[in-house]
Design a protein around this ligand. Structure first.
Ligand code: SAM
Length: 666
């Protein structure tokens, strides 16, 4: 077990620290040495090397490894230093400090936590740490001065007492911000008797510093000092106001006109910061129409299942329908079964009317969740074209039959069996179809394109459900690779001059390398892959909002509800956009445009991601992530207030106007 923790610790140092730009060799060596699993509560050891805070009792947390390492690096601790930590918690950060400094004092207000930390240090034989119980917001005058002070709890302002207990040249690293919001991590260096220099290291989230120079227990500011609004926040909001390109109503021609600047790209990816916001659908539809009508885009590829999208594609191109069940009937139905998408399908019908097939616009699905429907579609194609081959395909796909109803449990069965049960069968089926029948498919053969793509999807889905069982980044990556590969197939099939618009969530289309996803979880996404594969030919456009309503569920499979979107948090991209005072705008974030804005918006900031699930009560933990907006997107579209998408009720329910014939009945 110890070896497994050692390996996990090394992985943490590599993936969560070095890969994210931390490079102080002494800090990294300490992080590689101190066993974090010994500082978490019993039962939580397996999570010790995830880059996240964990609960430790008394309602407190052990801090996230990346943030601890960032603070240690900022504190510039030298081997002969005498240092203070305020907020001992589990003792983990103090243990790390003890590997870097000569003497560590650490102070904790909860006696039980202090006692537990003391015991841990004794067991590990870390004997240069003194643990004190008390209010650390006042510092520890008896042991001052300190070469470095680290505060592991958020203060309303940097406490005077701590600044005065720094040696000249000493460093105070402390999170500062309003109660209940994110904080800015400040590094304050004492340069003289009365002089200090201050640096802002970015947004962080800590529990509050409770004490005389921190917050009172009831959340009110204990010390009556004035905290100036952070200069950076105000400056950036005015910078946004200055550079924002105001947008008119979505229906106004000038709305889509503002996106002409991206029309040179071969692939334009349009995001959304929730799956249930009307404005994001209507805005993307307006931009898509413009790109199709004026710039020859003929592929609209969306984060939906291929077989369902194919029904819509056939409908908008007046192709004979193939047998199919209700369209977009899988949870979350409102994502594609809504009036906004139905209106787009209606427009596509009218646009395609009378046009040559190659000039028409097509509608395609990029996602991976249609194992059953895709198997059915391949078999249907073979039944019609080669019944003998259909018999063989049936036998091969039969391997998956036991799990077809709940493919998520296929992974466990494969793990038990010790091999990838159906991998050979589905890959052989896919290869055979592509090598001998469908490899040369072109866009004029929709039946063959459907069959080829469904066979690919079955092969990807078999692997997806297998790796999903292990959790982690691999299943996310596989899904986004499948989406990027499907897009590339579409571009290839439609010829060298083809151009595509992609609709998917911001988490898929915003370049993952510049978010927590990529930097700490090793995830990539379609935005990143398309940028890498089609360098210089892509435009990634994110969408955001401050408040309003959204269609979402509280849990997977729950009923859809229209929920209120909480006003955005301070310290977030959204709050800065809101504070700009401009209600609807576009930010052009491409390189070479507005470099001042790009620089400011490249700083790490929180960004809100609402998916199918929205949990307003735990919004900060479940829906915000750190991102660098200007690196993640080439453009960012802002609607200060938004409303829920207009869902069309699901099959089997009685929506008089829109029965099971969606999208044809609308
Ligand atoms: N450094 C800790 C670790 O590595 O586990 C994490 C600390 S936790 C985020 C913050 C700690 O600060 C809590 O244990 C909390 O009780 C403590 N705290 C809050 N206000 C304090 C104060 N005025 N004096 C001392 N400790 C305080």
């Amino acid at each position: 077990m110890a070896a497994a923790y050692d390996a996990a610790r090394m992985r943490m140092v590599r993936n969560h620290l070095s890969a994210r730009g931390l490079h102080d060799a002494r800090v990294l060596a300490a992080m590689a040495q101190v066993p974090r699993e010994r500082f978490v509560d019993p039962g939580m050891e397996e999570f010790a090397y995830e880059d996240s805070p964990l609960p430790i009792g008394e309602g407190q947390t052990i801090s996230q490894p990346y943030i601890v390492a960032l603070m240690l690096e900022a504190a510039e601790i030298a081997p002969g230093d005498r240092v203070l930590e305020v907020g001992t918690g589990s003792g983990y950060a103090a243990a790390l400090m003890s590997r870097l400094a000569r003497k560590v004092h650490t102070i904790e207000r909860h006696a039980s936590l202090a006692q537990q930390a003391r015991a841990r240090f004794a067991q590990l034989e870390y004997d240069n740490i003194d643990v004190h119980t008390g209010d650390g917001s006042r510092g520890l005058p008896a042991a001052a001065p300190f070469d470095a002070i680290l505060v592991a709890a958020g203060a309303p302002a940097p406490p005077q007492s701590l600044q005065s207990q720094l040696a000249i040249g000493g460093r105070l690293v402390i999170p500062v911000g309003d109660e209940g919001s994110v904080q800015e991590l400040l590094k304050i260096r004492r340069t003289g008797e009365d002089s200090f220099e201050q640096e802002n290291l970015g947004a962080v989230m800590f529990v509050p510093l409770i004490g005389e120079q921190g917050w009172a227990e009831d959340g009110r500011r204990a010390a009556s000092r004035h905290v100036p609004a952070t200069a950076r926040g105000n400056d950036t909001a005015s910078l946004i106001a200055e550079h924002a390109i105001p947008l008119p109503d979505i229906d106004d021609e000038a709305f889509a006109g503002a996106f002409e600047r991206y029309a040179d790209a071969r692939v334009v990816l349009l995001g959304e910061c929730s799956h249930g916001t009307s404005e994001f659908y209507s805005a993307r539809a307006a931009i898509t129409r413009r790109l199709v009508e004026r710039h020859g885009f003929t592929i609209v590829a969306v984060e939906a299942d291929w077989p369902d999208a194919s029904v819509v594609n056939r409908h908008v191109r007046r192709l004979p329908a193939r047998p199919h069940g209700a369209v977009f009937a899988r949870f979350p139905t409102w994502m594609w079964r809504n009036r906004e998408v139905a209106a787009l399908a209606g427009w596509m019908c009218r646009y395609n009317e009378g046009r040559e097939y190659e000039q028409q616009v097509g509608f395609y699905g990029l996602d991976i969740y249609s194992l059953n429907a895709s198997i059915e579609a391949v078999l249907d194609y073979l039944d019609r074209t080669d019944p003998e081959a259909a018999v063989i395909a049936r036998e091969r796909y039969g391997c998956l039959t036991p799990w077809q109803r709940s493919p998520e449990i296929y992974g466990r069965a494969a793990l038990r069996a010790g091999h990838a049960l159906c991998e050979d069968a589905v890959i052989r089926q896919c290869r055979e179809l592509l090598d001998h029948r469908l490899g040369d498919v072109d866009e004029l053969q929709p039946d063959r394109l459907d069959a080829a793509q469904n066979a690919r999807l079955v092969a990807s889905a078999e692997r997806y459900y297998r790796v999903m069982y292990y959790g982690g980044a691999e299943s996310w990556n596989l899904r986004d690779e499948h989406m990027a590969d499907t897009l590339d197939q579409l571009l290839r099939v439609h010829g060298p001059r083809s151009r595509a618009v992609v609709w998917a969530h911001n988490s898929h289309i915003g370049d993952a390398r510049h978010t927590d996803m990529g930097q700490s979880r090793g995830e990539h996404n379609i935005g990143q892959l398309v940028r890498q594969r089609h360098s210089g030919e892509t435009a990634l456009i994110g969408f955001g909002t401050h408040t309003g309503t959204v269609a979402a569920a509280h849990d997977w499979g729950d009923e859809m509800e229209v929920m209120d979107v909480r006003p955005s948090r301070s310290g977030s991209v959204e709050r800065l956009c809101h504070d700009s005072g401009v209600r609807r705008f576009l930010l052009d974030l491409r390189e070479g445009h507005d470099e001042t804005l790009r620089r400011a918006m490249s700083e790490p900031l929180l960004q809100r991601f609402i998916g199918v699930i929205y949990r307003p009560a735990t919004e900060l933990q479940s829906h915000y992530a750190r991102t660098s907006l200007a690196r993640q997107y080439d453009g960012y579209v802002w609607f200060d207030e938004t409303s829920a998408v207009q869902a069309i009720s699901g099959p089997g329910t009685s929506d008089e106007q829109v029965p099971e014939t969606y999208p044809f009945g609308v």
